[in-house]
Design a protein around this ligand. Structure first.
Ligand code: GYE
Length: 342
């Protein structure tokens, strides 16, 4: 009896010790690469897409890995909520601020406030546009994200090549026949929408037989992508749509449902291409409903933490290291699927 009691006591003591140890690890300690624990205020825009969720998860996981204390704030797509969060980060005197601007403009004043407080800022995923004459680099310490223009240019190239070699169920591109395009755009004024629209416009201008017959925002969400496509499929021009370009996968996935509901075959009657390369897009490609997706990497967390540590240690950084990205379609989606991380 006595022995059993001793054994239990030892077990209890051991479990307490482990528990305390574990807690100390996540609560105290120092940040990887630093001699103290750093605090990062992070303003995320919301949870509009699979991509965004993957990005948030990546930032949170990397903060744990680096032992960075993360004050995370979700702005529910509202710039004013981001401003409030950032002002509270300034009041709390965080070591570094990370944020994804929901739209490009309107940040001049708050970036000045951050600068006056001497806090470095890492801009993640979407860029800002400041008043004429001001340079981003003077207010933002580093940018981490993709080249949005390039992604849309790749989408154009993929579409033109496919329409020339394979085409949809009604036509092939012979360089003369009209190819009618519908475009679902992301959140109006966001870096992703602005960049992807610019890249698209620049590249498609090389192919004058491509005509945009519909263009509307679907705010990067599945629900709105579906709604907008539904309306287009009910319009008199529905039968003219040859190609749908969606500025993200979620909107394409929503639109696919609308195409099917209208009795057409997505991927065959209407060629559908989008951007991100999330799991949902792979599922749709394997069902042969989405033709292609251009990769946009949301796993930016480790780079964010690494850059924060370098900045605070006054080590040199590159202002923008562009993400390296690939593209997927029916020829390589199945092979790539098992190793996809988001
Ligand atoms: O493509 C979309 C998301 O800004 C790159 O935002 C990001 C975009 C991404 O909601 O899915």
């Amino acid at each position: 009896m006595k022995k059993l009691f001793v054994v239990l006591l030892v077990l209890l003591a051991a479990s307490l010790a482990f528990g305390a140890g574990g807690q100390q690890q996540s609560g105290g300690g120092v940040t990887r690469g630093m001699d103290r624990k750093i605090v990062m205020g992070y303003s995320q825009i919301g949870a509009e897409s699979e991509w965004r969720t993957a990005c948030t998860n990546s930032v949170k996981a990397a903060a744990e890995e680096y032992n960075v204390e993360l004050i995370f704030s979700d702005a529910q797509q509202k710039q004013e909520n981001q401003m409030q969060a950032i002002r509270s980060f300034i009041r709390q005197k965080v070591d570094v601020i990370g944020f994804t601007p929901v739209v490009e403009t309107g940040w001049d004043a708050i970036l000045q406030e951050i600068k006056d407080a001497g806090i470095p800022v890492i801009c993640v995923d979407r860029q800002v546009t400041l008043a004429a004459g001001k340079k981003q680099e003077d207010y933002i310490t580093a940018f981490i994200g993709s080249n949005m223009e390039l992604e849309a240019q790749k989408a154009v190239q993929w579409i033109v090549n496919y329409m020339k070699t394979t085409g949809n169920s009604r036509k092939k591109d012979d360089g003369k026949v009209d190819i009618n395009v519908a475009i679902l755009e992301g959140t109006t004024g966001s870096g992703a929408q602005v960049g992807r629209t610019a890249g698209w416009n620049k590249e498609i201008a090389k192919y004058p037989n491509y005509k945009t017959i519909f263009r509307q925002t679907g705010n990067f969400t599945r629900a709105e992508g579906q709604q907008v496509m539904e309306a287009w499929m009910k319009s008199p021009q529905a039968n003219d749509i040859d190609v749908l370009f969606a500025q993200n996968d979620d909107m394409a996935i929503g639109a696919i449902d609308a195409v099917k509901a209208a009795g057409k075959k997505p991927g065959v009657d209407i060629i559908i291409v989008s951007i991100d390369a999330v799991k949902g897009a792979f599922d749709a490609m394997l069902r042969k409903e989405l033709n292609a997706t251009i990769e946009c990497n949301p796993l930016l967390g480790p780079q964010v933490m690494d850059t924060a540590v370098k900045i605070l240690n006054k080590q040199p950084i590159t202002w923008w290291v562009e993400s390296k990205e690939s593209q997927f379609d029916w020829t390589n989606a199945e092979t790539a699927y098992p190793s996809r991380q988001y």
